[in-house]
Design a binder for this molecule. Structure first.
Ligand code: GLN
Length: 478
């Protein structure tokens, strides 16, 4: 029986002929069927995956393993385009829409021999923290099925958590990779803004969005990152900086300098067990010879409002393209005037949360309110950027919780969107500033749910971030 540990270990088994890609794909397809009720996948590309596995097995027999991801089984969030396959951002407005090209990240995975097994459920247009805002229904957390997996990339997280693929891609605009990773007990990495091309990623808030990675260990995340990162002529915001061989340089016994914010760890919204666990981890890091210091941070209560003003503003503009003419769904057009046609299509095509955000975004951009909301939020973003930059002049990392709470019960906050927004307090910071951040599965709450530790590094220092993550997780296993 196949059991998955890491890409490296899987490749050893392929080389020594202890398994084949075909056997592995069959194993995953069977598991996906067994765990169908979790609703992690929207569509599974079973026939294609079987065919590709057979080709890869032939290739291995003839010339050996070709790419760095030979036969690696990967799932994509339903906001990432894969040519010839449906992509809908879990929205009715894009149901039945087929991608006409592949995202750069997807092309790079395939070029290294990956097998794309399916696309995963998520919150509509990546807006949400519970995966309850999906046109395909909710996704269940495999550890406790009465709880949410987090969002918006809930399906991608559960696909890794429940062993329904080896690694998966999600997108992280304000925490949508790190928070579900935290709720599901896996690794979730958001790279620096501009590290990974956004070409082929359906836009939510373009100055925040990044493709991120879910995995069960740091090594896998490092390998996937080095493959999908780097310059791309189709995305002018992507950096031309060289990409490190992260996966080869992971192990170090360097001693690092960590900072943390008491204002964050003692915030009124945080569960006391989470705060205690992080304080204990800080003490353990010091004992291991790292330096850890408290740093003053006074912007904590401004960041969630700034995030929701700026992202809804960008979303209201990005989502204006879904008008029933160019993409996907449209209402019955007979005898309807053009404006009414737009209105009806958008009224019935978008879900409640997306409409709430389009209205909020339109409001904060409107003539009379622009300066009071949008301009002020931009100023907060600038201040935050400067404060965080100055911390990184002295420290390698900032330690934060990933989420103030463990996975919500279904419906727990359904009538209170503000409460859900406020729970993004620790993740939106990295997106507002554009720095990389990772959630590491370290802790278990007395309610039985996992939770993580978040590390943030300075722009483009994914290498140190992954090295420290590897150390922290290995220390934890001892
Ligand atoms: N929960 C956040 C939001 O709803 C994060 C979304 C994301 O990162 N895509 O905006």
């Amino acid at each position: 029986m196949f059991e998955y540990f890491s890409i490296e270990e899987y490749h050893t088994r392929l080389r020594t002929e202890q398994t084949t890609c075909t056997e592995v794909v069959q194993y995953y397809l069977k598991r996906i069927r067994e765990y169908q009720h979790l609703n992690a996948y929207i569509e599974v590309y079973a026939d294609e995956a079987i065919q590709r596995a057979a080709q890869l097995d032939e290739q291995r027999k003839e010339v050996g393993l070709q790419g760095k991801l030979h036969g690696v089984v990967i799932a994509l969030k339903d906001v990432i385009c894969y040519k010839g396959h449906k992509v809908s951002a879990a929205s009715n407005i894009l149901k039945e829409f087929t991608s006409v090209y592949s995202a750069t990240a997807v092309e790079r995975l395939i070029a290294e021999g990956a097998i794309i097994i399916g696309n995963c459920n998520c919150d509509e247009f990546a807006m949400g923290s519970t995966n309850e805002n999906s046109a395909y229904g909710k996704v269940l957390n495999a550890i406790d099925e009465t709880r949410v997996p987090g969002g918006s990339s809930g399906g991608s997280a559960v696909a890794v958590q429940a062993g329904l693929c080896m690694v998966s891609l999600g997108s992280d605009t304000g925490g949508s990779v790190r928070q579900p990773a935290d709720f599901c007990g896996i690794v979730g990495l958001k790279p620096t803004y501009g590290r990974v091309s956004r070409y082929g990623l359906i836009a939510y808030a373009s100055s925040f969005d990044q493709i991120g990675i879910f995995s069960s260990n740091v090594q896998d995340a490092a390998l996937i990152l080095e493959i999908i990162s780097g310059k791309d002529e189709f995305d002018s915001t992507v950096s031309t900086k060289e990409v490190d061989d992260y996966s080869k340089k992971l192990q170090t016994n360097k001693k690092f300098k960590f900072a943390y914010f008491e204002e964050a760890l003692n915030h009124k919204s945080i569960d006391s067990e989470i705060s205690t666990a992080i304080h204990q981890r800080i003490a353990a890091l010091k004992k291991d010879g790292h330096s850890v210091s408290a740093v003053k941070f006074d912007l904590i209560d401004y960041i969630v409002p700034a995030y929701y003003i700026l992202t809804t503003a960008e979303a209201s503009s990005n989502l204006s393209r879904y008008d029933g003419v160019k993409f996907g769904y449209r209402t019955n057009t007979s005898g309807v005037a053009l404006n009414d046609f737009y209105k009806q299509t958008r009224t019935t095509g978008f879900g409640k949360e997306v409409k709430r955000r389009i209205m909020l975004g339109t409001f904060v951009l409107s003539a009379g309110y622009f300066d009071a909301y949008f301009t002020r939020a931009q100023k907060v973003r600038r201040l935050l950027y400067e404060q965080i930059q100055s911390v990184f002049k002295e420290y390698d990392f900032i330690i934060l919780p990933t989420s103030p709470v463990t996975a919500f019960k279904f419906g727990e906050k359904a009538e209170d969107p503000i409460a859900i927004y406020l729970a993004d307090i620790y993740t939106v910071m990295a997106n507002l500033v554009g720095v990389p951040a990772i959630s590491l599965p370290l802790f278990k709450h007395s309610n039985g749910m996992p939770f993580g530790l978040q590390l943030m590094a300075t722009h483009f220092d994914e290498l140190s971030l992954l090295q420290a993550s590897d150390q922290v997780l290995s220390e934890n296993k001892k």
